[in-house]
Design a protein around this ligand. Structure first.
Ligand code: WCA
Length: 278
């Protein structure tokens, strides 16, 4: 059954351990108002530690993924209330994007349509991203007179080579899903009518992995990028040892099924977690 956030700007369903979360302002192209940002944090809170959720997919109702920040409610109306109000709505927006970057469960952006500006925050926050060929990505900030804020410039520089990031930010031209995949903004792009099936397939692979190892892995990939090699080595040792304190048996079971049982090969897929003794 579809659930709705307090103010109705986010909807979600949990089906077969996948939480399908959707921006729900299709008539406003799912642009992010302060209300939507609050609702999204509420929904992320509700889902993060549910045992029946293994993967979270973020998509949009209607023709948009998200048309970025709401130019009226997030910018104009808020600015009219003064700097304190501006800082407050920034905290809420950045807050749920940060929460999503370090989410307990694996996350996938399923970009079904328009993705602009502030939308790059949650796009980058998701571990993986799949787009419709028909989707359009743009840093449109320059077209209405601001720099790509709310982390969007950082996302462009993280995901794109320097020349592409600079062109993308300065020109305010859109790229479609295929180009976004070639550039590395998303993992893959495919026709809209095949998008959900592919995302479901990927989510089902993730659901078979050891969840403690998956969380340690996604955090490690984000963390080591800014570390020196030596610091990264040290972080990875400590992160694995910390993960062992949550689940010290999974990897032993994986080795057992490979070396003793010969029932699976790690090079070809995940071990069978249902055989692990509690
Ligand atoms: C190409 C769009 C996405 C779709 O066109 P469309 O399908 O022909 O639809 P409409 O343009 O008719 O839009 C439908 C409705 O949605 C509204 N809408 C559609 N995007 C919007 C919208 N971002 N706002 C506020 N109403 C909208 C639009 O005004 C309209 O409202 P209404 O006339 O009442 O039906 C078009 O709407 C459009 O260009 N939208 C604006 C895209 C855009 O530049 N987004 C903002 C990027 S900048 C940004 O995100 C900033 C990041 C940032 C983050 C944090 C920071 O602290 C600082 C910066």
């Amino acid at each position: 059954m579809t659930e709705t956030s307090t103010n109705g700007t986010v909807t979600y369903d949990v089906i077969d351990r996948i939480a399908w979360v959707r921006f729900n302002r299709p008539d406003k192209r799912n642009c992010m108002s302060p209300t939507l940002n609050r609702d999204m944090m509420e929904v992320l809170d509700l889902l993060e530690f549910r045992d029946d959720v293994g993967v979270l997919v973020l998509s949009g109702e209607g023709t948009a993924w998200s048309a970025g920040m709401d130019l009226k409610e997030y910018f104009r109306d808020t600015e009219a209330k003064g700097l304190g109000a501006t800082r407050a709505v920034q905290r809420e927006a950045y807050g749920w994007w940060r929460r999503l970057r370090w989410y307990q469960k694996a996350t996938i952006a399923m970009v079904n349509g328009w993705c602009f500006g502030g939308g790059y925050g949650p796009l980058f926050a998701c571990d993986l991203a799949f787009a419709a060929d028909e989707a359009q990505f743009g840093l449109s900030e320059i077209n209405w007179g601001i720099l790509p804020g709310g982390g969007a410039t950082k996302v462009a520089v993280e995901l794109l080579p320097f020349r592409k990031a600079m062109y993308h930010a300065m020109m305010g031209e859109n790229v479609d899903g295929k180009t976004a995949a070639e550039w590395g903004l998303v993992n893959e792009s495919l026709p809209l009518d095949q998008l959900k099936a592919r995302v479901t397939e990927v989510a089902n692979v993730l659901l078979k992995k050891n969840p403690v190892a998956l969380k340690a892995t996604k955090d490690a990939v984000r963390r080591v990028g800014v570390l020196s090699y030596d610091d990264a080595e040290d972080y990875l040792i400590r992160a694995q040892e910390a993960a062992n304190s949550y689940d010290n048996e999974g990897r032993k079971e994986g080795i057992r099924q490979f070396i003793d049982d010969k029932s699976f090969k790690p090079g070809l897929g995940a071990y069978d977690r249902s055989k692990q003794k509690a």
